[in-house]
Write a protein that binds this ligand. Structure first.
Ligand code: SF4
Length: 263
């Protein structure tokens, strides 16, 4: 575990109170990321991330797994956020970086590069030279869950981390791409908590669905765009073709003011 020099949890809160206590106290994304990687609030996910590391896939047997919460990746003044659901057991949980080292990430970063939002089309490990331009990739759940399915309680427990991340990105954030229906369900409550008014009923997820959250006293307008998740199943079956994702990311870049294709 990394030494961060950060404050301990308040007396009596235990591990479960760690996200609530620490996330809102962080003054910047670097501090938030340093606190996040110390989190052990979800016993089932802590066990799973460490169990997976203890039993690596054959192809990764010579690698040391990250086996901790995976922080968001990208600049602290990003105008566009990409939100999945949670890191993959042998992807982000191995490499320590969101969407890095698995088939979904291979597809996603190639598309980001095609749109001009990433410095290279590949993402293999921390320190591989990849840079994102105006984009931060994150998730509502920061530890790899069994079957890629966090429980509702785990989603609620992890919520303060994403809430704080969006709060810190707030001044620059213009648009969010949500990757998949589970991410959509998980993100909307976080946006509501972070100060954006949500419509009722909440709009259903769909590829290309655009939700505009109006500006409030402390929030500027936010465009939320749904995308099919770049999972192996979706990309293998053609449900999400590469050109579809490139087109959607280009549209999102325009909405965020990062590119020429503004709606
Ligand atoms: Fe902490 Fe989130 Fe991981 Fe739960 S999922 S242990 S709240 S970082």
């Amino acid at each position: 575990m990394e030494e961060t020099g950060a404050a301990p949890s308040p007396p009596g809160s235990g591990e479960s109170g760690f996200p609530v206590y620490h996330a809102a106290r962080c003054g910047g994304l670097a501090e938030l990321d340093a606190e996040l990687v110390r989190c052990r609030a979800c016993p089932r996910l802590v066990e799973w991330r460490e169990e997976t590391a203890a039993h690596p896939r054959a192809a990764f047997r010579d690698q040391e797994y990250w086996a901790r919460p995976v922080p968001g990746f990208g600049p602290p003044d990003a105008a566009l956020a990409l939100v999945g659901l949670a890191p993959a057991a042998h992807g982000g949980n191995r490499t320590g970086r969101m969407f890095t080292g698995d088939a979904s990430g291979d597809f996603l970063f190639a598309a980001l590069h095609a749109v001009g939002l990433a410095s290279q089309p590949t993402a293999t490990h921390r320190g591989d030279g990849l840079e994102l331009y105006g984009v931060r990739v994150t998730a509502p759940v920061h530890c790899a869950p069994p079957e890629n399915r966090p429980t509702p309680a785990e989603r609620r427990t992890c919520r303060p981390w994403l809430s704080a991340e969006l709060e810190l990105l707030g001044p620059s954030l213009r648009a969010v791409v949500v990757l998949g229906a589970f991410g959509w369900q998980a993100l909307l409550p976080v946006l509501g908590e972070t100060g954006w008014p949500l419509p009722r009923p909440r709009p259903a997820f769909g590829h290309g669905v655009l939700l505009t959250l109006p500006a409030t006293g402390r929030r500027q307008e936010l465009q939320v765009l749904g995308s099919y998740h770049p999972s192996r199943r979706n990309t293998f079956t053609g449900r999400l073709a590469f050109d579809m994702l490139v087109e959607l990311l280009g549209r999102a870049a325009g909405l965020a003011g990062l590119g020429p294709s503004e709606d």
